[in-house]
Design a protein around this ligand. Sequence first.
Ligand code: GLU
Length: 560
Amino acid sequence: MNTELLAELLFPQITKSVEDYESQYPPRNLPEGAKVTRFAPSPTGFVHFGGMYQVMIGERLAHQSGGVFYLRIEDTDAKREVEGAAQGVIKTLAHYGAEFDEGASIGEDGSIVSKGIYGPHKQSQRAEIYQTYAKKLVKEGKAYPVFTTAQELEEALAVDKKTENKTKDWSATAEETRKEMLANREITLEQVQAELAAGHPFVLRILSDGDGEKKVKVVDQIKGALELPENDEDFVLLKSDGIPTYHFAHAVDDHLMGTTHVIRGEEWLPSLPKHLQLFRYLGFRAPKYLHTAQVLRLDENGNKKKLSKRDMGAKMEDYDALGYPPVSVIEYLMTLLNSNYEEWHAANPTLPYTEFPVTIKKLSTSGCLFDFNKLDDVSKNVISRMTAEEVYAYVLAWAKEYDAPFAETLEAYKDRAVAAFAIGRGGKKPRKDFATWAEAKKFISFFFPSYYTIEDEITGFAKEDIKAALTKFEATYSEADDSTAWFDKVKAIAEELGYCSNMKEYKANPDAYPGNVGDISTFIRVALTGRTNSPDLYTVMQILGREEALSRIHSYYEGL
Ligand code: GLU
């Protein structure tokens, strides 16, 4: 077979050579050890938490080594593409502070443009590049066309990431497939000419030299040394529309864009022999691979399950709706990346996470467990270090997006809200009341007249007892008291009513009293806040102001 001629017949429109592209995209001039990584999502809808995990690894490894982190949009599967998804991905990542040095970004007119000299970074705009490399493989006898019928064409077009990715099953019917594959290789130039003349489309397949019985040795940076079966399948390089499969695009793009470390999900591991074969066929140096473990969650029965699309927390946008500050999610991801992050952070509480040296060795090999409780702990810490003004600004921004009436209230009562958020803030042991902005709303909502309602009941006391205590409190309250004077008055009321004002004594002999000073506080607390749990009452009253505080107390006992 004259493969030169075959290449011309199949790709007459390709006039450039691979050398043209090699000089257009020269090797990067980076310091020794600098890593070039990328995030390469398919624009199918949203950023998965597992994707964000990969982003963090890529971003950290690149930037802490003085390298480059870039974004590539893998839109070779038009059928799965969702309108506007690429823009959505970029916005979400920006929201989480993922800084790309190069790659796909949003242009002034809202379309996807490329930053840096290695673009375009949208695969659908790179067809000519892939075809140039494909033409070279044909010339070298390493790839061949298979012409398709209408039905086959449909099937070929349906080849998507999911199916591309499966390992081939050679058993039973597979024998047939194999025979067919070998027969397809025998196509002659005359047949090719006739098919082309009839206007039939073709897919381009690799001519595999692999033996499925043999193993290829490879070292994955996360999983360690592996032996995988060689690829013996003539897999598709270009689909009949001239658009590459993931495999082919991966090899061409990561080579031309100078990727040193490919960080991707472990579901790609079975395809690795295909990729190594392709890099070898194309004469490229293969990058290092990091196949990341899946993100898992515990189900109701305590079994580990994959964190799937439908699970809360699977989509990055879930965290916005729930009201987690992006930095909380990032800090949490850091704890998942490297288990020593927490210890480091405790020792260096004021340093940004970017100062922590992420190590590949400490990445999970088998699966990292996603846990909302852990995220909440991290987030409470993050929020406890913010100033009241910062918290106010974040809660307001969140409410504007997800809770308009609350946003209006926050704006109308700005000083009150800031004062409420200031409770227990600062100092060595700041309060850690909420992990999300939605919880922050719950925490302070009773301060605002339109949200104040009686949520909790006082149990174990007669209405008259409660009323008697609150009437006395109302009569003695003075806004000028400091907190000691305030509490002394509460104690005095307790004593006047025969309640025990000393907790130790009360505990020693509870039956001797109708109640204790803490019960009096509970009456005041429920009347003022509607809840049995609240921040410091003295402060709450100062923030509400005399008039509103007393009017709440008054209407509470009147309403009993
Ligand atoms: N587009 C591929 C995916 O979404 C990316 C895999 C890779 O990073 O190479 O799974």
